[in-house]
Design a protein around this ligand. Structure first.
Ligand SMILES: Nc1ncnc2c1ncn2[C@@H]1O[C@H](COP(=O)(O)OP(=O)(O)OP(=O)(O)O)[C@@H](O)[C@H]1O
Ligand SMILES: [Mg+2]
Length: 221
């Protein structure tokens, strides 16, 4: 299997005033093309930090992260933005929807052929699949937490990104929506041969992945 994303001896420290916190303490791993990796571990163990590093939203204090053999830690902010646009679909614990765009517009935006008919009809299709047909023209503030979560997932998946990063994607959802979202993420990954890195507390969900990596206090166990 070809390696897609590789972490080599990654450390991450946060500096708050004089307090230095080492959050990631020398982690090595690889995500292969078309592989589904689950990351599990206690609260505060460093899971979200790992996804931030993968997305280039955080720079490691030391170590190398390669994507298709390119070292992304040397990228400028512009190159990282381009990297994310081109390759990565992110579903985070917070949704970061754009408040003055409707649900439909938030999803269509990520296709970057903004609001052309095609983008809107594709966005509509995926939102209808997620049970939001009556919420297309609602703004994020007019949606429940679970509805916002579904819009955020639609936005991440509509591009069929090469690498899907999902941080507790079903954390805010009821059983029925958990099922719908899980199927959507796994179906896209499987059908289009994409890679998935899924942070979850749900053991059943983790077991559906090819591999489970456990993080404890900033290291892999
Ligand atoms: N900006 C920051 N400055 C200092 N410490 C931080 C910062 N962001 C995160 N941390 C610390 O880093 C550690 C790892 O955080 P992270 O969010 O990666 O954990 P997590 O495994 O995702 O936890 P959870 O399951 O609760 O989401 C935590 O102890 C957290 O307090
Ligand atoms: Mg987290």
């Amino acid at each position: 299997m070809n390696s897609l994303l590789r972490f080599s001896n990654i450390h991450l420290q946060y500096q708050n005033g004089t307090l230095l916190t080492e959050v990631i303490k020398g982690i090595d791993f690889t995500i292969h093309q078309n592989e589904k990796l689950a990351i599990v571990g206690k609260s505060g163990s460093g899971k979200t930090s790992l996804l931030m590093l993968m997305a280039g939203l955080e720079k490691p204090t030391s170590g190398i992260i390669t994507y298709n053999d390119q070292d992304i830690t040397t990228y400028t902010e512009d190159q990282l933005t381009e990297y994310r646009k081109k390759n990565i679909g992110i579903v985070f614990q917070s949704f970061y929807l754009i408040p003055n765009y409707t649900a439909l517009e938030n999803v269509a935006l990520s296709l970057e052929i903004n609001f052309q008919k095609d983008a809107l009809s594709k966005a509509k299709e995926i939102l209808v699949d997620l049970g939001l047909e009556d919420r297309l023209n609602h703004f994020p503030s007019q949606l429940s937490g679970g509805e916002q979560q579904r819009v955020a997932i639609a936005r991440a998946m509509i591009k069929k990104p090469e690498l899907i990063l999902a941080d507790e994607p079903t954390g805010n959802l009821d059983d029925e929506n958990t099922e719908v979202i899980t199927e959507l993420i796994f179906n896209i990954a499987t059908k289009y041969q994409k890679s998935l890195c899924l942070v979850t507390h749900d053991t059943d969900l983790a077991k559906r992945c090819d591999r489970i990596m456990t993080i404890e206090n900033g290291t892999v166990v």
